[in-house]
Design a protein around this ligand. Structure first.
Ligand SMILES: Cc1cc2nc3c(=O)[nH]c(=O)nc-3n(C[C@H](O)[C@H](O)[C@H](O)COP(=O)(O)OP(=O)(O)OC[C@H]3O[C@@H](n4cnc5c(N)ncnc54)[C@H](O)[C@@H]3O)c2cc1C
Length: 382
């Protein structure tokens, strides 16, 4: 079992996060959802417990830089609240491109502060007409005096309204046609504006924003990776963060399972607890198995990523696909098993069901993962 491979230090972190979420966060998850704003108090709490360090390697002030630690922490956070887990999840998404592609100066400038949470990151790839088809983006960067001038608009960017630095993808001119380049854009620069915050089905404590860059000047030193390497920066980032996203979906499924397991033992109908009804047991048995299968696949994907096994594209896709579908099925079944009470905010299950949906959509819609997994396999994977 993957648990056996956790070091004492990792186990201590996981236990600490579980306790922190239960003792200081669980009572406030409905409030976070109803306010629909970034919960700054929670980011402060995560700072105090050094949890942003999960996003960054040890040499830059992080915990251990391992994906397996990152996913274990995110699972425990999402088990209590999907939105609350996004605080760390998006920090990982904003930090990963710098970890993977930053030069020494960029790493020294940003990573230590991303590790403490003093600086918050975001990742701006999606545009109104360039979602699954990222190559269709129309954001453009042209050479300026000692750097680049960016113009464009992004949609659905998590936490752009609270981020200090955004990894922004734009088209640049190439020898033949255009390529994509990644830029580090500081959000306090002139011309950067967040002009819309979406109202959403779930994850409401995690703001999803539209942003505009209008003649934003970016110094040459803020190109991440090399000019034209942007698609590689995006994909390599997503190979890592899809495993993290899968772990959040897993946490959401486990959170619903926790609630329903307690409920069916207490709720009596037809003279006995629902838990003793064989139909209820059969449904629960399937849910428990799906959750455990998702967990095994996720921790396998994380361990293979950390061991550099060379199959991260396929394993991250499989983990994300299976965990998000599991989260949707298990949370829906949890609401069903709780009847009318499952539908009520007070009981907590409906929140997990609303949160689950987006994991099938973001970090690549699941349909693209299905075909991508098949293509990788047919190319000669095992
Ligand atoms: C809450 C939230 C947070 C997000 N955060 C970020 C962020 O921080 N940064 C960022 O850059 N983006 C972010 N996104 C954007 C997200 O990654 C995109 O929504 C996602 O990639 C899908 O793009 P789209 O919404 O344009 O859907 P489309 O590309 O229009 O696809 C719509 C649907 O069509 C189907 N489909 C599309 N293409 C294919 C295909 N080739 N084969 C089969 N079926 C297909 C799928 O069912 C898909 O769901 C976020 C989105 C949400 C909802």
């Amino acid at each position: 079992m993957y648990h056996a491979t956790f070091s004492d230090e990792q186990q201590a972190v996981i236990k600490m996060v579980r306790e922190l979420m239960l003792e200081q966060v669980s009572a406030r998850t409905v409030e976070v959802e109803e306010r629909g704003e970034f919960p700054h108090w929670l980011a402060e709490l995560f700072k105090r417990y050094d949890l942003f360090g999960v996003a960054v390697p040890e040499e830059y002030g992080g915990i251990d830089g391992l994906v397996v630690t990152e996913v274990a922490v995110l699972e425990q956070m999402a088990r209590v609240s999907g939105a609350c887990s996004m605080i760390l999840g998006v920090q990982c998404l904003g930090s990963a491109p710098i970890v993977l592609f930053g030069d020494d100066a960029q790493k020294e400038r940003w990573l230590p502060r991303l590790a403490t949470g003093e600086v918050m990151g975001a990742f701006a790839l999606t545009e109104a007409n360039a979602g699954s088809d990222v190559r269709a983006m129309t954001s453009r960067a042209v050479p300026g005096d000692g750097g680049w001038v960016l113009n464009g608009r992004k949609v659905f960017i998590s936490h752009a309204n609270i981020a200090d630095v955004v990894v922004y993808f734009a088209k640049t001119k190439a020898a033949k046609g255009e390529e994509i380049t990644a830029f580090l854009v500081e959000t306090d620069c002139e011309g950067f504006e967040v002009d819309k915050i979406e109202h959403k089905m779930g994850l409401r404590g995690s703001p999803t924003c539209s942003l505009v860059v209008e003649n934003v000047f970016v110094p040459a030193g803020n190109v991440l990776g090399s000019v034209g390497q942007g698609l590689g920066v995006a994909l390599e980032t997503l190979y890592k963060t899809r495993i993290a996203s899968a772990a959040q979906a897993l946490g959401v499924a486990q959170g619903a399972l926790d609630i329903v397991a307690t409920y069916v033992k207490e709720r009596e109908q037809f003279g006995r607890p629902l838990a003793r009804n064989p139909v209820v047991q059969a449904k629960l048995g399937r849910m428990i198995t799906q959750v455990e299968a998702a967990r095994t696949l996720i921790y396998t994907a994380a361990a293979r990523y950390d061991d550099d096994q060379g199959d991260k594209a396929r394993f991250s896709s499989m983990a994300k696909l299976f965990a998000s579908d599991t989260a949707m099925t298990v949370t829906t079944d949890a609401v069903q098993l709780m009847g009318g009470y499952g539908y009520m905010v007070e009981y907590g299950a409906e929140q997990f069901m609303r949160d689950a949906k987006v994991f099938q959509i973001f970090e690549g819609a699941n349909e693209l993962h299905e075909t991508g997994i098949a293509r990788e396999f047919l190319r000669g994977g095992t």
